[in-house]
Design a protein around this ligand. Structure first.
Ligand code: 13P
Length: 252
């Protein structure tokens, strides 16, 4: 079902104590709202997952991992499997963030394996796509996004695709303070939805939530979320402050 979603990606920030403090603050604010049809997700570092899963109200906040291993188990020192993430109480996994693609060389093939492991473990993937600045400047942004969707998602069975959340994060907008304009976001989100419709059918496309990420903050969230095909946000920097994050949640 297409939902309004605000997810906070904490990236590699916050000690465990600070994470617990921040999640507690956010939980208090979100819980107080009588009617809240926004799905709020926190994606802290791995070491926070089980503590946060225990302290937040399940009906107010859900927990996501930022990544998972591309193998199910075994001798992969330092890796964390989707099954292990499931055992912490987390319900979502961010897959294919541009920082994973760029710094850890995650290819479409690798991301496809991670998506399958996520879905096999009854977790929901938040699958990220996004073009680099030079790709947009060259006018290749639609082709790049199509390729990212095709290589990782197009082999999924339709019933699995129906469970995926997408996040469009133009790389040039991440952590730069430069946000895509509302028109640029809507244009790309519509393109993404049409591409999904072309492969998986209109019903799947209509029901999929597509989040925007990249310097989304209280001052621009309203304008971004007002677009038909923008179903919420994947928030980096502004998710590290409870007031800012809560203001974004209230921007629909
Ligand atoms: P910023 O909101 O800090 O630009 O980060 C966006 C992001 O990468 C979320 O995953």
């Amino acid at each position: 079902m297409r939902r309004k979603i605000v997810a906070g990606n904490w990236k590699m920030n916050n000690s465990l104590n600070r994470g617990i403090e921040l999640a507690t603050e956010i939980n208090k604010k979100v819980r107080k709202q009588e009617e809240n049809d926004v799905l709020v997700i926190l994606a802290p570092p791995y070491i926070h997952l089980s503590d946060l899963s225990r302290i937040v109200d399940k009906d107010a906040i859900s927990i996501a991992a930022q990544n998972c291993a591309s193998e199910p188990k075994g001798a992969y020192t330092g890796e964390i499997s989707a099954k292990m993430i499931k055992s912490t109480g987390a319900e979502y996994i961010i897959i294919g963030h541009s920082e994973r693609r760029q710094y850890f060389h995650e290819t479409g093939e690798i991301l496809k394996k991670k998506l399958v492991l996520t879905l096999e473990n009854s977790l929901t993937p938040i699958f990220c796509i996004g073009e680099q600045l030079n790709e947009r400047e060259a006018g290749n942004h639609f082709d790049i996004i199509k390729k990212q969707l095709e290589e990782a998602l197009f082999d999924l069975p339709t019933n699995w695709m129906g469970k995926v959340i997408l996040a469009y994060e133009p790389v040039w907008a991440i952590g730069t303070g430069v946000t895509a304009s509302a028109a640029q976001a809507q244009e790309m989100h519509k393109y993404i939805r049409n591409t999904i419709a072309g492969k998986f059918g209109q019903e799947v496309a209509d029901n999929i939530s597509i989040l925007y990420g990249g310097s989304c903050k209280p001052s621009n969230a309203k304008e971004l979320f007002a677009n038909d095909d923008v179903d919420g946000g994947l928030i980096g920097g502004a998710a590290l402050n409870a007031d800012d994050f809560f203001a974004i949640i209230n921007s629909f």
